[in-house]
Ligand binder design. Structure first.
Ligand code: ADP
Ligand code: MG
Length: 548
């Protein structure tokens, strides 16, 4: 019927496809299956508007690997293509020459990640065949074939296919792995897990007469109706938890979740989960999955979502995030930045709402939640602004206060002669017990700051909130924590002190003696006669020295 050359001014793009797509071959499957899904969705649309009056029938997309023939076939029952459509959509490919292609996709990583549609099939196939039957029944079945050169053949097939399209990949020798059904099933579960049309890969197997045999039932690999596409008002807590378990098998239940459902000024849906992180457990970043219309794009969302959200789990789905361009472009894209800012605001609003409406519950989760909030505060100004309403401080008695509440609570009793409010804290309520008791006996309140990011938060807060300062409970004896000038009576004479000092000094780390003070005081914490303290200023000096 027709032989020809692809495109108008085409140079040979195939070597480039092979070379530049090298980094992530698997993406071809996502591209071909999402094309099959698109074709099926289009048919459903036509049926719903009455432009297609035929039977829809079973719309399952079938992906079939044949190891013996080294082929992989993706079949759909979608709209199909007429010869003219194949010419328009396949032959006249989107890019008109190698040069433009190169300049568009300079960074080879990116292509691997984001794919470029139908032609990515040539990453893995020596020859690709399309057998397609348009939903317009008068159109003949068309067979298109191309062997990885700019030449192709296109013929009519006498034997009519039922409505839809087969894409048949004759895999190259190096890509023989993709003729393995279980390999393909694994890839489908990753890239196509939430596509909206059922995707079958082989048959469900059954144990029979001492071996596994295929049943009649298709083995469907995807969930066509993922929870984030539902109306939040219709979803139960248990459904949210169940979906979480599906995404992160073996994880503890999340602390809570936020269902994003944004229509304006862009489309974005998704569910973000605050995971439960065990103490001293290394925080895993980048567990959020990014989708575009339910097609998996990436789980490396750094630079796309706000930094602190990379600690969260869940899914974000937006057709408005441009996916076929480079990561550096994404990060500088105004639209993406707007989306990022918007998600931040949504998350902050939700946290505020939870705090306002269910404070006891919020406090109950605070110890686990704190790390996320503090990370947001120190890395994201906008979030920090909003977080002032729900950032909590916890004291050694186990009570929680907002920043404003705490200031009010201690300002009477803990303001020094310069008018600075002194926040006394400990990073170790057990080990520093006698100091804590000493301070409490003086009527001071002691905060518990033992989280991984508390130091960062303290610096941030001191910097922002003028007129308040944090001192560690063991930075001085209780009497002088607030006001250094208080006179104290020593329980030992100066001669006795001179004798005792070397004894105690010998117990300090040798290279760090200058950072400690030894006091032989009558009024030391509780009834301890000798106190070794570490001046807050000297302690921070030491920390800085250790860091550099
Ligand atoms: P895109 O999907 O971004 O449009 P592709 O290169 O993936 O780009 O596909 C090009 C076009 O080929 C599609 O827009 C569609 O018109 C057509 N096409 C590809 N696969 C199919 C299919 N399975 N059924 C019907 N049309 C298809
Ligand atoms: Mg496509």
């Amino acid at each position: 019927m027709q032989n020809g050359k692809i495109g108008v001014t085409t140079e040979n793009i195939f070597p480039i496809i092979k070379k530049f797509l090298y980094s992530d071959h698997e993406i071809f499957l996502r591209e071909l299956v999402s094309n099959a899904v698109d074709a099926t969705q289009k048919l459903k649309t036509l049926a719903s508007t009455g432009d297609y009056a035929g039977e829809l029938g079973d719309l399952t997309v079938h992906v079939t690997a044949d190891a013996a023939a080294r082929t992989l076939t993706i079949s759909d029952a979608g709209i199909g293509m007429t010869a003219e459509e194949v010419d328009r959509y396949i032959n006249q490919i989107a890019f008109s020459g190698a040069e433009e292609f190169m300049s568009k996709y300079k960074n080879q990583n990116i292509i691997g990640h984001f794919g470029l549609g139908f032609y990515s099939a040539f990453m893995v196939a020596d020859r690709v065949e399309i057998v397609t039957q348009s939903y317009r029944e008068e159109a003949p079945t068309v067979v298109w074939s191309c062997g990885g050169t700019p030449e192709f053949t296109m013929t009519e097939r006498a034997e009519k296919r039922s409505r839809g399209t087969d894409i048949i990949l004759y895999l190259s020798e190096e890509s023989a792995e993709f003729a393995d059904q279980s390999r393909i099933r694994g890839m489908l579960r990753k890239y196509c897990r939430f596509l909206p049309i059922p995707i079958a890969c082989g048959k469900v197997q059954e144990w029979k007469d001492g071996k596994y045999v295929d049943t009649e039932r298709d083995d469907i690999v995807n969930d066509t109706d993922p929870l984030w596409t539902h109306n939040p008002a219709d979803v139960t807590d248990e459904q949210y938890r169940e979906f979480y378990r599906k995404l992160y098998p073996g994880s503890d239940d999340p602390l809570f979740w936020i269902h994003l459902n944004i229509d304006y000024p862009f489309h974005l849906t998704g569910i973000l989960y605050f995971p439960k992180i065990h103490n001293n457990f290394e925080i895993q970043k980048n567990r959020i999955q990014l989708y575009s219309n339910q097609v998996y794009v990436t789980d490396s969302v750094e630079g796309i979502v706000p930094e602190f959200l990379t600690l969260l789990h869940g899914v974000i789905d937006s057709p408005d995030i441009p996916l076929n361009v480079s990561r550096s472009y994404l990060q500088s894209d105004g639209n993406v930045r707007k989306i990022s800012g918007y998600i931040t605001r949504k998350v902050a609003d939700k946290l505020q709402e939870l705090f306002n409406t269910a404070r006891a519950d919020f406090e109950g989760k605070w110890d686990d939640l704190k790390i996320f909030i503090e990370y947001g505060i120190v890395t994201d100004e906008k979030f920090a602004e909003k977080a002032e309403g729900f950032m909590l401080l916890k004291n050694t008695a186990g009570s929680y206060f907002t920043l404003a509440e705490y200031r009010d609570k201690v300002k009477e009793n803990q303001t020094d002669r310069n008018g600075t409010v002194i926040y006394i804290y400990t990073d170790d309520a057990v080990g520093k017990h006698s100091f804590v008791r000493g301070a409490e006996e003086k009527g001071y309140d002691v905060l518990l700051m033992d989280g991984q990011l508390d130091n960062h938060f303290v610096s941030w807060y001191e910097n922002k909130e003028k007129g308040c300062r944090f001192v560690r409970v063991d930075s001085d004896v209780a009497e002088r924590l607030i006001d250094k000038e208080t006179n104290m009576s020593m329980s030992l004479s100066s001669e006795q002190q001179d004798i005792m000092r070397p004894v105690f000094e010998s117990q300090l780390p040798t290279d760090q003696k200058i950072f400690y003070n030894i006091a032989f005081e009558a009024m030391a914490p509780t009834d301890a006669p000798v106190t070794i303290t570490q001046d807050e200023y000297m302690r921070r000096m030491k920390e800085m020295a250790a860091m550099s």
